[in-house]
Write a protein that binds this ligand. Structure first.
Ligand code: NAD
Length: 442
């Protein structure tokens, strides 16, 4: 049983990832006018699902077999785009649901991409760098022509990094000589055509989305992040960058965590000190002048903003009633279950959804893809400001549409849609419209 499922076992929710994405889709689809059944069926299913099994020689000369998935959900707007995660709990159903999420995310921020996702079942902590390199190369070669700069473009996700992306690029480039293959993967190291601002993009985007949302003055006394208490679950690419970004704007990072547990200091943590401690010790737990807490305690802390930036299904029907934050900002993908969404909404706690909040990553990935094709490298300020503008536009679109529902468009005043549903309505409308314009071939 995946750990995130175990954490939610107290609740009676159906935590099957496909069931969750269908429920989220259905809640939005009923609000999209004129969505025909054939189109609904097309949008619900992935375009293609690749399952690959392959052997790898380990450092001790044994041979192990690995299973990995690459799912393409939709290519209506362009090549498919989405990260690859390495985790022991990866399932095909999870990868399918994450590929769908990428379709809606790209549509919401108006990127010329469809959605895809990859997952490889492994525990990176028990593998050497040489083993990880061989696993990554073999997975890439198994996908061969399924990937491509105008076909399907991976990026980093859970437990994959710019090093993983460099191996994917190198393998693809060796197998496809004679072309500019740099745009085949994003999140690469800067020296290999990576983009300035890509590593920081998702965490920075979390801040930009939150600032823009708070500026709408929907939550009394929360109009700016300065002085707000922020608790962050996960201290990886997304969580650590978000901690620094919020801290620079005057927010108080009261707690952070990783897979080993969490740390708390009511006076606020210094994210840079946490980062160097984690780099030395392998975990945030044990930093001086902090209290050790569990990940569950972190989620239920007294704070203003809760920013999950680790795994899925962390806020569920079993703990949503205990959440004390006034705003949930979804840095991770799928951290909140539909049951929790309902409980939080009834308690007046807004959730800024993943497809809006963490879209900064795929947005700067898009800029990396553009830079690679025109052989340019833009500076950090350029990519970050372009991304900020896109996130602001998307927040405005979601907020304005939500307000339109509040003043009358909603089916019933006691069933007002939440921000996730509204974000999905906008994304589904865009993909549905483009699908109909393209028509069916042949
Ligand atoms: P990462 O591997 O860099 O970091 C993951 C963090 O989560 C680590 O600190 C890890 O210790 C922690 N973690 C793992 N298991 C945990 C547990 N059981 N409880 C608490 N913490 C735990 O991954 P990342 O790239 O930061 O991705 C985090 C989330 O953000 C994922 O859901 C991912 O899909 C999503 N996301 C990432 C990006 C990106 O650009 N990297 C973009 C969009 C969304």
């Amino acid at each position: 049983m995946p750990s995130e499922t175990r954490q939610a076992e107290d609740s009676v929710e159906n935590l099957d990832p496909i069931a969750i994405s269908e429920e989220q889709f259905n809640r939005a689809a009923v609000l999209v006018k004129g969505l025909k059944r054939g189109l609904v069926e097309f949008l619900k299913k992935p375009k293609r699902v690749n399952i690959v099994n392959f052997p790898v020689e380990m450092d001790d000369d044994s041979v192990r077999s690995f299973t990995a998935y690459r799912v393409v959900h939709n290519r209506v707007f362009g090549p498919s785009k989405g990260g690859i995660r390495y985790h022991p709990d990866v399932t095909m159903e999870e990868v399918i649901s994450l590929a769908k999420l990428m379709t809606w995310k790209c549509a919401l921020v108006n990127l010329p991409f469809g959605g895809a996702k990859g997952g490889l079942i492994c525990d990176t902590k028990s593998l050497s760098e040489r083993e990880l390199r061989r696993i990554t190369r073999r997975f890439t070669s198994e996908l061969f022509d399924e990937l491509g700069p105008h076909q399907d473009i991976p990026a980093p996700d859970l437990y994959t990094s710019e090093q993983t992306m460099a191996w994917i690029f190198d393998t693809y480039d060796v197998l496809h000589p004679g072309f500019n293959n740099r745009p085949v993967v994003t999140g690469k190291p800067i020296e290999m055509g990576g983009s300035y601002g890509r590593y920081e993009a998702t965490g920075n985007g979390c801040l930009f989305a939150t600032q823009r949302f708070l500026s709408k003055a929907l939550i009394p006394e929360l109009e700016d992040v300065s002085g707000l208490r922020v608790a962050i679950q996960g201290f990886g690419d997304v969580g650590a960058v978000a901690a620094n970004a919020f801290h620079r704007q005057g927010a108080k990072i009261v707690a952070v965590s990783d897979s080993q547990g969490g740390i708390f200091n009511a006076a606020g943590l210094d994210p840079a000190a946490v980062e160097s401690f984690k780099a030395e010790q392998g975990s945030v737990v044990g930093l001086a002048d902090t209290t050790t807490i569990t990940n569950q305690e972190l989620l239920e802390l007294e704070c203003d903003i809760l920013l999950p930036a680790a795994l899925g299904n962390q806020i569920h029907a079993g703990n949503a009633a205990n959440i004390k934050a006034r705003l949930v900002v979804e840095g991770a993908n799928n951290p909140t279950t539909p049951g929790a969404d309902r409980i939080l909404q009834a308690r007046g706690i807004h959730v800024l959804p993943d497809i809006l909040v963490n879209a900064g990553g795929v947005t700067v990935s898009y800029y990396e893809w553009v830079q690679n094709q025109i052989n340019q490298q833009w500076d950090y300020a350029t990519t970050t400001e372009k991304m900020r503008a896109k996130i602001h536009t998307a927040v405005d679109a979601v907020f304005n549409r939500w307000q339109a529902f509040v003043v009358g468009e909603a089916p019933a005043q006691n069933h007002l849609p939440d921000f996730r549903t509204i974000a999905l309505v906008i994304a589904i409308e865009r993909v549905a419209h483009a699908t109909l314009m393209r028509g069916i071939w042949p």
